[in-house]
Write a protein that binds this ligand. Structure first.
Ligand SMILES: CC(C)(COP(=O)(O)OP(=O)(O)OC[C@H]1O[C@@H](n2cnc3c(N)ncnc32)[C@H](O)[C@@H]1OP(=O)(O)O)[C@@H](O)C(=O)NCCC(=O)NCCS
Length: 205
């Protein structure tokens, strides 16, 4: 089975988004392990799952299992799971998940990047590339991003991209041993008629 718009590679100014591949396992595990303190406050886990160490949750073996799931979901058109590279090196990921067709034609997006390249607009560029693809060849109408109110950096990202705040999701994800509220943002296909990347690049400095 093939899904609209998948697989694909998209790039701008040294930032590329592309499907993860088996040989990314070592790099993925290295960057995730090194960034525990940077990533852990924002990532959830199923509350029914026994707590395990960050290293165990980010081993090459876990990557291999994640990749199998992602490939199956992507082929079925339910997910677009991208790695983010900067100048050819794996630095993060951006995942459009929960793709639901029909009258909704929507999905939600999540992202992270290596702290070593944070603050350089890597995720805004990657997200703009992914959104233009999602609203174009994939044919989505709505992409949602849900962000903890405490996550100032991620709030900056969605606001730079022109996402509109739509409400509060009470106790939305189980993160750091508790259910955490999230602010819900969405961007619609008609919100950036000239393209999301174009609009990002044209923002006043
Ligand atoms: C949120 C995140 C993806 C942003 O990615 P990014 O590529 O750094 O995005 P930007 O370059 O646009 O920076 C966003 C904001 O981070 C802050 N920032 C800037 N430099 C920074 C640095 N060196 N370290 C940390 N934060 C920095 C600034 O507030 C910046 O906003 P500004 O451009 O208006 O100054 C990244 O901070 C991250 O991976 N955080 C941990 C995981 C996470 O929160 N994921 C999202 C869950 S909803």
């Amino acid at each position: 089975m093939s899904a609209p718009g998948w697989p694909v590679r998209l790039a701008h100014a040294g930032v590329e988004v592309r499907p993860l591949r088996a040989r990314d396992g070592a790099a993925w595990s290295e960057v995730r392990t090194r960034n525990e303190r940077w990533l852990a406050p924002w990532e959830g886990r199923p509350p029914s799952q026994r707590p395990s160490s960050w290293a165990a949750r980010n081993s090459p073996a876990v990557f291999a299992a994640m990749l199998r799931t992602q490939r199956r979901e992507a082929r079925a058109g339910r997910m677009l799971p991208f790695g983010i590279t900067v100048d050819g090196r794996l630095r993060g990921a951006i995942t459009v998940a929960g793709v639901t067709r029909g009258a909704y034609d929507g999905a939600h997006v999540g992202y992270w990047v290596d702290a070593a390249v944070a603050g350089r607009g890597v995720v805004p560029t990657a997200l703009a590339l992914v959104l233009d693809h999602a609203f174009g060849p994939v044919g989505l109408h709505r992409v949602e991003a849900n962000v903890r109110p405490e996550n100032a950096a991620s709030l900056r990202v969605v606001r730079k991209l022109g996402f509109v705040e739509e409400g509060l999701l009470r106790r939305y994800l189980f993160i750091d041993e508790a259910w955490r509220d999230h602010l819900s943002f969405a961007l619609l296909a008609e919100d950036a008629p000239g393209g999301v990347l174009r609009r990002l690049l044209d923002r006043p400095a």
